[in-house]
Design a binder for this molecule. Structure first.
Ligand code: TXA
Ligand code: MG
Length: 352
């Protein structure tokens, strides 16, 4: 860049900070997926997130922080394990559920006494949060950006800026473009809010229970099947744990590798347009659209949502997905595929 010419990124950041401070919505990249951000201390701004997403107001949002020291603005009774995990994994794709500090609006917590916090690692998210902090943060001097994934409720999370425009159109004042997301699926969520009870995994992600266990010296159980448990009043609500989340509009089925050829042939025999998402070396009969993802969890996760979105938009009648292994390293991907298949084809087009 020539010296003296304006730096487009800082110009965008300055605009983003002004919009956030004015209570508007700004979408921004994180290393996991794009977030739909608003001043977490401003209940009216937070209400705009729910309206834009079409998300029920009792679903809590994650508050994104510039660094771990800001936890004290948003949480109280922070356990030693939270500081240890923050030191080990932040900035990064781990969300901690903690007891809510008194100043945190219930609009952010979905009416609960807990709050979800994380420090994202994407350089543009970091730059935005730092610029926001330098400008005095949001309402009452609190500095946190509430941001769910920037998709319509229940739909596939966006992993690049174009996806955000597709999902939200004019409902968002500004989309900061940071390219494609590295991780590609949402953060791991760990609940540390229950006094005298062990931490528990609410959503599997790139950071595994084993990695968490190594830092805090405790064994973390695999993600519970929350939909039933969630009916208990004392269990925090995690919308990503609902059946039928992350879902395409097209019907979708998970099929074991050795049953795929038969499933494809049956679909084609019914004169259906078949979309296919593979990871292995299988050579299938010709289908309407084939996407093949890397056959390893990190690479698969990175490309998954973009591939599902393409398959969803290609006019298929059915998307067949080659099932992934049941080993722990695949569990976050397996969780997203299972929920996507359950929700597929069930959402009306105008809801998301
Ligand atoms: O990777 C991510 O976490 C992305 C990026 C943008 O940071 N965000 C994201 O947000 O996935 P969202 O809202 O789509 O999913 C966050 C999940 C929701 O399922 C929500 O219910 C849960 O976090 N959550 C937030 N606060 C919570 C709380 N206090 N208790 C339990 N669950 C909470
Ligand atoms: Mg989401």
């Amino acid at each position: 860049m020539f010296s003296g010419s304006p730096d487009p990124v800082s110009a965008d950041l300055a605009v983003a900070v002004r919009l956030l401070q004015a209570g508007e919505l700004v979408a921004f990249p994180t290393e996991t997926v794009y977030g739909l951000g608003a001043d977490a201390a401003d209940p009216d701004a937070v209400a705009r997130i729910f309206a834009a997403k079409g998300r029920p107001a009792d679903h809590p949002l994650i508050v994104h922080l510039p660094d771990a020291t800001y936890m004290e603005q948003w949480a109280r009774d922070i356990p030693a394990s939270a500081w240890k995990l923050a030191a080990a994994f932040w900035p990064g794709p781990l969300t901690l559920i903690l007891a809510r500090a008194p100043a945190v609006p219930y609009a952010v917590t979905g009416g609960q006494e807990t709050v979800g916090v994380r420090v994202p690692a994407h350089p543009l998210a970091q730059a935005l949060l730092r610029a926001y902090a330098q400008a005095g943060g949001g309402r009452g001097g609190l500095c946190g950006i509430a941001a769910p994934s920037a998709n319509r409720f229940g739909r596939i999370s966006p992993t690049d800026a174009a996806h955000v425009h597709e999902e939200l159109g004019d409902a968002v004042a500004l989309v900061l473009d940071g390219g494609a997301c590295e991780v590609g699926i949402e953060s791991t969520i760990l609940d540390l809010s229950r006094r005298d009870k062990p931490p528990r995994l609410l959503r599997p992600g790139h950071i595994t229970p084993e990695q968490i266990g190594e830092i805090i010296g405790e064994i973390i159980g695999e993600s519970p099947e929350l939909p039933d448990g969630m009916k208990a009043a004392n269990v925090p609500r995690v919308s990503g744990s609902l059946d039928g989340h992350y879902a395409p509009r097209t019907a979708m089925r998970l099929v074991a590798s050795d049953g795929l050829i038969q499933a494809i042939e049956e679909t084609l025999a019914e004169k259906k347009r078949c979309g296919l998402l593979l990871r292995g070396p299988l050579t299938p009969p010709p289908v309407h659209l084939l996407r093949r993802l890397p056959n390893a969890p990190a690479g698969y996760a990175r490309a998954l949502y973009a591939a599902l979105r393409e398959l969803d938009q290609a006019g298929n009648d059915l998307i067949l997905v080659e099932a992934v292994p049941t080993s722990p390293d695949w569990s976050a991907v397996a969780d997203r595929l299972r929920r996507a298949a359950r929700g597929a084809g069930t959402l009306p087009c105008n809801r998301g």
